[in-house]
Design a protein around this ligand. Structure first.
Ligand SMILES: C[S@@+](CC[C@H](N)C(=O)[O-])C[C@H]1O[C@@H](n2cnc3c(N)ncnc32)[C@H](O)[C@@H]1O
Length: 245
């Protein structure tokens, strides 16, 4: 029963994530959903900026702290190991839901590209970014990334699967294609409002910090193998020669 409950929990967590992710796409695209990055009345400008930065900070702290090995070691003394990843996914979704729910619009226009082809290119870029994110999750084991594999193995009394270092698909060309996709989706818009800019800049900063910690952990886990990967493969954008790009 305990094992089946763990699997059901991870399925709920997974679909909460999928729903949150889809909502985020439309939230940022300012379309189809009631609450978007630009909708609503919002607080006075300074208050709005502070609230928004606080919301990004909350997401950043949750996402970074809960991903650290030292946190996981202590956390798994409280919750069972097989549901650790699903719990991380669930908490991450909750942090994004809180961010979207309390997000304060700031309507000032930073840019508004009216030239037809340029505007269309930016719109395509938005969808291209999300597509890269989605495809990347399948390249490094989608079901493991979102915690379903762990609870499935637990339910089936199989050994826990510890995926090794991989260089599949996009990972041959950049070390962080998921983040590349997010960066493209966050910045590629024909109309950039002040609120959207704060979201994109804050999240970009978080990505840089998150990737720094992820690479430190990867170096510890995979040593020279990851060190060599860092030397050969650029960080976010292909064809950049330096490993930091
Ligand atoms: C949310 S994913 C982001 C992966 C990567 N930063 C990206 O942007 O595509 C984080 C997980 O991917 C794993 N990961 C990242 N690169 C990997 C690789 N080359 N091989 C295997 N696992 C990897 C990390 O261990 C971590 O658990």
């Amino acid at each position: 029963m305990k094992r089946i409950s763990a699997f059901i929990y991870s399925v709920i967590s997974y679909f909460t994530f999928i729903g949150t992710f889809l909502y985020l796409v439309f939230f940022l695209g300012d379309m189809l959903v009631p609450k978007t990055v630009n909708s609503g009345d919002g607080a006075a400008a300074l208050t709005a900026v502070l609230i928004n930065l606080g919301l990004i900070g909350l997401f950043g702290v949750q996402h970074t702290v809960m991903a650290r090995k030292s946190f996981k070691d202590r956390w798994t003394q409280i919750i069972p190991n097989p549901i650790e990843r699903s719990t991380y996914v669930l908490f991450s979704s909750l942090a994004v839901i809180i961010l979207m729910l309390f997000w304060q619009p700031l309507p000032g226009v930073i840019w508004d590209v009216e030239t037809g082809w340029a505007s269309m290119l930016l719109e395509w870029g938005f969808w291209l970014g999300w597509t890269i994110v989605f495809l990347s999750t399948w390249m490094i084991d989608h079901f493991n990334l979102f915690g379903l594999k762990q609870t499935w193995n637990y339910m089936k009394h199989h050994e826990m699967d510890h995926p090794g270092f991989m260089e599949p698909g996009f990972y041959k060309y950049v070390r962080h294609p998921l983040m590349t996709g997010f960066l493209i989706a966050f910045w590629s818009t024909p109309e950039m409002s002040t609120g959207h800019l704060i979201f994109s800049a804050g999240m970009t900063l978080y990505i840089l910090v998150g990737v720094y910690f992820e690479e430190k952990a990867m170096m510890k886990r995979f040593g020279d193998k990851y060190g060599d990967y860092r030397e050969r493969v650029p960080k976010f954008f292909p064809f950049f020669r330096k490993s930091e790009a």
